[in-house]
Design a binder for this molecule. Sequence first.
Ligand code: NAI
Ligand code: MG
Length: 369
Amino acid sequence: MAYKLFVLPGDGIGPEVMAEVEKIASFFTQEGSAAFEIEKGLVGGSAYDAHGVAISDADMARADAADAVLLAAVGGPKWDAVPYEVRPEAGLLRLRKDLKLFANLRPAVCYPALADASSLKRELVDGLDLMIVRELTGGVYFGEPKQIIDLGNGQQRAIDTQVYETYEIERIGRIAFELARKRRKKVTSSEKRNVMRTGVLWHQIINRLHDQEFPDVTLEHQLADALGMQLVRAPKQFDVIVTDNLFGDMLSDVAAMLTGSLGMLPSASLGEVDSQTGKRKALYEPVHGSAPDIAGKGIANPIAMIASFGMALRYSFDLGALADRIDNAIAATLAKGLRTADIKGSSTEPTVSTTQMGDAILKELQGAA
Ligand code: NAI
Ligand code: MG
């Protein structure tokens, strides 16, 4: 049975980095290790140019029917003036909303060969492998009321509201515990229950979930400010971190800098398991954007996109061994000294192109096959 991948290369460097993933997917299919059926669609500015919307209803339906969606990046100066509702980002937002993707997974992995690119000392990050699980559809970004009120005395009052309900905390907590079970069996849950009622509920629900369903996983709690400190003091203490939308947004960017370049960071956004098919909706995409400054030059780093495909293998298809092969091929390629411009650091080797990096990773995969 072939896995149905819906591929959205998007704008800017998107098609350049996605091409390297397509090579790897066809290699796996040829090799017989897994079969992928790839359908392609348009998202972002390229969809706007073709259809006048950031993603068409037809492509939304294909995304919905696929086993996993891979997206590279959207946006760029060409579309700066298009109406707000059809701006490139609207395509991404619609995918997240319509597929109900409530869990954002951002791994921070530091490849030994790149440990010197981190903002921290090598010994603090060498071998780092943590996962931030951020709640993506609730919290202060969406809670009501959300408004700016004119007080009539020359003053205004701005209000955002943090709201979480039991089921939202349970489902994100369950994702974190299930991930930890397949990793080093430790979850750190983070909120600010000392000052926030949502934090009190969060803490209580996560504790209950742990005791009832995941007693085999170690659970600890850290207040979000303290956790920020620990992330830059001793990041290797963490395995899986689970937190709300706002804290997760900030902490995942902090964690990103522990590992070096934007061109290295993959992500996954997961939805609920469909009770009929038993499948989970999921979108995999690099953390970086469309990089208009280097688009069309063939120099973008394809690793974040390739690692995002690796996450799809691991989390949508249960092909953990194939995902490991991808991770090992990336590590081996970096260990041999290959560097795209963004991760060159102090290396004196000539930099490689997008295609050269993709081909080198593919060659490692073929060698290890
Ligand atoms: P960006 O991530 O596109 O680029 C930031 C910097 O990192 C640039 O100097 C770029 O050249 C570099 N960079 C990014 N990815 C790289 C890669 N794979 N290899 C080598 N260098 C890489 O963020 P920026 O410049 O703020 O946004 C550019 C456009 O992308 C905007 O239209 C923005 O709205 C959009 N964007 C889209 C995202 C998405 O599709 N998820 C996320 C972030 C931005
Ligand atoms: Mg952010």
